[in-house]
Design a protein around this ligand. Structure first.
Ligand SMILES: *Cc1c(COP(=O)(O)O)cnc(C)c1O
Length: 382
């Protein structure tokens, strides 16, 4: 037995990260200062995007990304039900209507064929989610978007560092958003960023994160400025602190190493599970490089996932279910008419899927313990 619970995801923070944070705490700017610019530039350099807007969460990044498009109220925005609730919630914050489309059987990403079926005169955008760290088929989606005059927003909260045909996510869609929650590849505690190549969108998002005010905070509080500012849009306070940005800068330097480690763990899991008939291991398409946010297995339908889940938790292994399809949540049931039977693949996957722990801090003995536990529980079933 391990001495402690093994979570499915966890931050990895070292003394260098902590040193960077302390330095900022002792400096003049602890929020909206020079570290924010530095973090934005560093992430842009990494992803090849032109502009970055750092905010206090991935959810806030999604909110301003959708808001900056300036779509008419009640626009239909196509998205996946197989995601964290933050994705469609951000559509609702902006008074638009999420339209869910079923997912592909191999990647669990939104199925382009389903998107085509659901486009109407009111459709204005598609919000993609790169499930588990694997990019969506962006070329195919871009074609659909161009034909139908739709914006593409990529929720890359799982996929920082992932590549589609040798291109990093970040400049594939019109706007791409990232989260730096502790379970994601790199962390700032809470935090997020929206990146884009469109300068107008970037400027609008900058205003929206700061109430809708037109002047940069650093300029407003500098020595040679007046008191005047103008509220141009109705924004919110979504600002990130400089000590969070310092943590992000330091973490970003290690991202490559983190992904390599995640990849190693995925390979170990795959090699142990590939010959077990009761388990289907995850599929990554040959032209994709996953950032490996989650390691999900599908259990054979003869096994009760919930029973398996409980037994793993009893063994102190932090398995999880990603995701309960969004339309199952009470709020969505109350506010939308969606029938689960319209989502054959999502429903089937939801009943069988299980996430095993995957993060850069997992130790070899943890991995062995997890593999052995899975194998022995399944042996009992045979
Ligand atoms: C984590 C996550 C979010 C939200 O990010 P926060 O930083 O927690 O607000 C949104 N979408 C997906 C797919 C996520 O995994």
């Amino acid at each position: 037995m391990p001495r402690r619970f093994i979570p499915y995801g966890r931050q990895y923070i070292d003394d260098e990260d902590i040193g960077g944070v302390i330095k900022v705490l002792k400096s003049d700017w602890i929020t909206t200062g020079p570290r924010i610019d530095e973090f934005e530039k560093a992430l842009c350099k990494y992803t090849s995007a032109k502009f970055g807007v750092a905010v206090n969460s991935g959810t806030s990044a999604l909110d301003i990304a959708i808001a900056c498009l300036g779509l008419p109220k009640n626009s239909e925005i196509i998205t996946t039900p197989f995601t964290f609730v933050a994705t469609p919630n951000a559509i609702l914050y902006n008074s638009h209507r999420p339209v869910f489309c079923d997912i592909s059987e191999d990647t669990f990403n939104i199925d382009p064929r389903e998107i085509k079926k659901n486009i109407t005169k009111k459709t204005r955008a598609i919000v993609l989610v790169d499930f588990a760290g694997q990019p969506c088929d962006i070329e195919e989606l871009r074609e659909i978007a161009e034909e139908n005059d739709l914006y593409l927003v990529e929720d890359s909260c799982h996929s920082l560092g992932a590549e589609y045909k040798n291109k990093k996510v970040g400049s594939l869609a019109d706007i791409t958003i990232f989260s730096f929650h502790p379970v994601k590849q790199i962390t700032t505690g809470e935090g997020g960023m929206a990146v884009t190549n469109n300068e107008e969108h970037a400027e609008k998002m900058r205003m929206l994160r700061n109430h809708g005010i037109d002047i940069d905070v650093q300029k407003r509080f500098g020595p040679n400025t007046g008191y005047a500012y103008d509220l141009k849009l109705l924004g919110r306070n979504y600002r990130m602190t400089d000590f969070q940005a310092a943590l992000g800068i330091s973490q970003l330097k290690k991202l490559k190493k983190f992904i390599v480690r995640r990849e190693e763990i995925v390979k170990t899991y795959n090699s142990h599970f590939k010959n077990i008939e009761l388990i289907t291991t995850p599929t990554v398409r040959p032209y994709n490089k996953s950032a490996h946010h989650l390691y999900t297995i599908l259990l054979n339908s003869t096994i009760s996932r919930d029973e398996f889940f409980n037994k793993m938790r009893e063994l102190y292994i932090g398995v999880n279910v990603h995701y309960i399809p969004v339309y199952h949540h009470s709020y969505y049931k109350e506010h939308m008419t969606v029938s689960a039977s319209d989502f054959r693949v999502s429903e089937n996957v939801y009943k069988r899927i299980l996430s095993l722990p995957l993060h850069q801090g997992l130790e070899e003995r943890d991995i062995k313990y997890i593999v052995d536990s899975v194998k022995s529980l399944l042996k009992d079933r045979e």
